[in-house]
Design a protein around this ligand. Structure first.
Ligand code: ADP
Ligand code: ADP
Ligand code: MG
Length: 669
């Protein structure tokens, strides 16, 4: 086994790899960019080396530099994590050339699977079933369009070199083909430097089911069952689970055998995932192979009670696979939710910012959970701590929340509970959305297919419910407590004359705003607390107990508790699984602060300009696309808000733009 490894990644996966290394007594070397100097992965490794600037291509993608650093640090092997260099065949080869072990498959296996099109050709020869489509060399528009016609609409265009959903376009009808192809190719060349595409039949209501495979360098290859990753948004996984609901023993074996055949066909070594797209009737087709550890590997670890990173390290060190196929057992059910910094209510725009407050459900970190050979009920894999920031440079994932239960029902109940306990303040995140998803009929009944989220859009995005009285009471009491503390009262505040009574008023009005409502509360001072009036409701309120941000209130005959976290004028109330953001309308702070945008259009999120479709001085009509920005995994078109004239476009293709930055000067005409 190795004495020291370098982890060529960041965030949760770097921390995840370091946890296993630590358990096995292997020293770890972290690499980091200037944006990550204070990151968790730097703190959890034994050594850390700065390799460059924030942008990944100036740091985490600097293959040669990372190899140099590994050699200097005395590491014997490099773990690439996922993303970044993990599927870079030349990097894998160069590691070997420098006497370093690449903890992953041989370069040639990565190469063979690196192009979705070439991989499909190989799989055809290995008799692995394929989705009908064209995956050849010819790339002329007319030819591809003719192929699409043959396959029959709707078809799916994919970047051959693709990953992370980039470039993928559904084409419903022939008229849309050329525009979709151009857009697919543009995204492909930007993301992968290669604009080859393939065309596939777009399956209706399919499921995404993938098989975890593992091979060693002694010719053994096994599969560790399946993961169902059907719950997706824009072809990106949101929830993953193992085993796949409804999977039969026979089909599991058939898929497992096909996956092992796929791995063997390319001389695979290490951890890999063979992704299948499956019809509701159970028929399945090869989609692609990911030649690395997958984001969702924890659900497999939970049901098999195996540490897949340990398997990777052992196989890379030349050992045999820890278990044979017949020894791999499956127990219970596991579900993973990806917690992202994004705003589901605003089209899932990626969010950036500081995690001002982070409280997680009681959970174990990876190593503790598995050491006893028994999975933990709740596990969190995270690369950030309270106080850390989510920057625009990398993936906006905050954490992975993984639960295990004896069966799916128990696992799901635990997931709902754990999500209800998660508290994040400082940036928008998808926890509320995940809660609705996990509470919804479709996921609860395991009525799964990749269109689940889109189809249930209305129930997943219900109109905002009015803020309940107890949430307002929590915010109000928190505010009053803070005022008392500020005023310097040291004795029991409830026995004191109230500040506002001294000013001659017995009542006080507090105003809180949400995006939907203005909430006006009247508070009346009473001996032990207050009487609170809100619309037609009124109730007595008393503070029963207080532990930091956690308040216990008596509201009439019931007791309510919750946490209130204040960030400037925003009161974040967490109670009973709900989260309300209430802006305190402080009468002391009113100033003329509204300022018109001056005819400028601003960036909706931090990102990069990938196309400019208009020129300075050009007249445009309402809705006409002006430029395209790309952030994280999406393209966003910036269109003219009215008819008018473009006075000046302030950025060019390739420019990085900060959130809120003016993109152009526009004059309404
Ligand atoms: P997985 O297939 O392992 O679940 P994803 O489908 O989420 O992973 O992403 C596919 C690959 O794209 C992963 O290697 C991941 O690291 C990478 N990736 C994820 N988010 C981004 C991003 N914002 N930009 C570039 N690559 C990303
Ligand atoms: P990526 O490299 O981005 O992971 P994949 O080829 O694995 O690309 O596809 C990602 C997702 O797109 C799948 O999980 C599935 O939801 C959807 N998808 C892919 N191919 C098809 C298809 N032929 N029909 C319907 N959906 C598909
Ligand atoms: Mg995929």
């Amino acid at each position: 086994m190795f004495n020291k490894i370098l982890i060529a990644n960041r965030g949760e996966i770097a921390c995840r790899v370091a946890a296993t290394a630590r358990r096995l007594g292997i020293k770890t070397v972290a690499v980091y960019s200037s944006a990550d100097a204070h990151a968790k992965h730097v703190a959890v490794c034994d050594e850390a080396i700065l390799i460059g600037e924030a942008e990944a291509r100036h740091s985490y993608l600097l293959a040669d530099k990372i190899i140099q650093v590994a050699l200097q640090s005395g590491a014997q092997a490099i773990h690439p994590g996922y993303g970044f260099l993990s599927e870079n065949a030349d990097f894998a080869d160069n590691c070997a050339k420098h006497g370093l072990v690449f903890i992953g498959p041989p370069g040639d296996a990565i190469r063979a699977m690196g192009s979705k099109a070439a991989a499909k050709q190989l799989m055809e020869q290995a008799h692995v079933p394929l989705v009908p489509g064209y995956h050849g060399e010819q790339q002329e528009v007319a030819f591809l369009q003719q192929q699409a016609g043959k396959i029959g609409y709707p078809v799916l265009l994919k970047a051959s070199a693709g990953g992370g959903g980039k470039g993928m376009r559904i084409v419903e009808k022939e008229e849309d083909f050329a525009a979709a192809l151009a857009s697919c190719k543009r995204e492909a060349i930007n993301a992968f430097g290669d604009d080859h595409v393939l065309v596939e039949k777009y399956l209706q209501r399919p499921r995404h089911i993938e098989i975890q495979v593992f091979a060693d360098s002694h010719g053994q290859c096994v599969f560790l069952f399946e993961r169902d990753c059907s719950v997706q948004r824009r072809h990106q996984k949101v929830l993953e689970e193992a085993p796949a609901p409804g999977m039969t023993h026979e089909r599991r074996n058939a898929m497992g055998q096909a996956a092992v055949a796929a791995a063997k066909a390319v001389g695979y070594v290490g951890a890999g995932t063979v992704e299948f797209i499956a019809n509701q009737d159970g028929s399945f087709y090869f989609m692609e192979m990911n030649t690395r550890l997958q984001v969702e590997h924890p659900v497999t670890e939970m049901i098999t009670a195996q540490d897949l990173v340990e398997w990777q390290l052992r196989v890379a060190a030349g050992e045999h696979l820890p278990l044979q196929q017949s020894e791999i057992q499956m127990h219970g059910h596991a579900i993973e939710a990806r917690i992202y910094a994004e705003n589901p209510e605003k089209g899932f725009l990626p969010a950036t910012g500081r995690l001002h407050h982070l409280r997680t459900p009681a959970a174990v970190e990876f190593e503790l959970g598995m050491q006893a050979g028994q999975p933990a009920a709740v596990r969190i894999d995270a690369g950030v701590r309270q106080g850390d920031s989510i920057s625009p440079y990398y993936d906006p994932m905050i954490a992975k929340l993984i639960v295990w239960g004896e069966d799916r029902k128990i696992a799901l109940a635990r997931m709902r509970q754990a999500l209800a306990q998660y508290q994040i303040v400082g940036l928008s995140c998808n926890i509320g959305f995940l809660q609705r998803l996990c509470a919804g009929e479709a996921f609860s009944q395991a009525d799964l297919d990749t269109g689940l989220i889109a189809r249930n859009h209305d129930s997943l995005f219900p109109p905002a419910a009015p803020v309940p009285l107890h949430a307002l009471a929590l915010a109000a009491v928190s505010l009053l407590l803070e005022e008392r503390r500020r005023a310097g009262h040291t004795a029991d505040p409830w026995s004191q004359t109230s500040g506002w009574r001294m000013n001659g008023a017995l009542r006080r009005t507090l105003r809180f705003k949400t995006e939907q409502e203005d909430c006006v509360l009247q508070l009346e001072y009473q001996g032990q607390g207050w009487r609170l009036h809100y619309g037609a409701q009124s109730t007595d309120v008393e503070l029963a107990d207080e532990y930091g941000a956690d308040l216990y209130l008596k509201l009439g005959d019931s007791t309510r508790h919750g946490s209130v976290v204040r960030a400037a004028q925003q009161f974040h109330v967490f109670s009973g699984g709900g989260h309300w953001q209430l802006e305190f309308d402080d009468p002391m702070q009113h100033a003329g602060e509204t300022e018109a945008e001056g005819g400028r259009l601003t960036a909706p999120m931090p990102g990069k300009v990938v196309a400019v479709m208009a020129q300075n001085g050009q007249s445009v009509s309402k809705g006409e696309p002006i430029l395209i920005m790309e952030a994280m995994k999406m393209e966003h078109t910036i269109a003219a808000p009215h008819d008018g004239v473009i006075e000046e476009i302030l950025y060019g293709v390739g420019d990085q733009v900060a959130e809120g930055a003016p993109l152009l000067a526009f004059k309404q005409g």
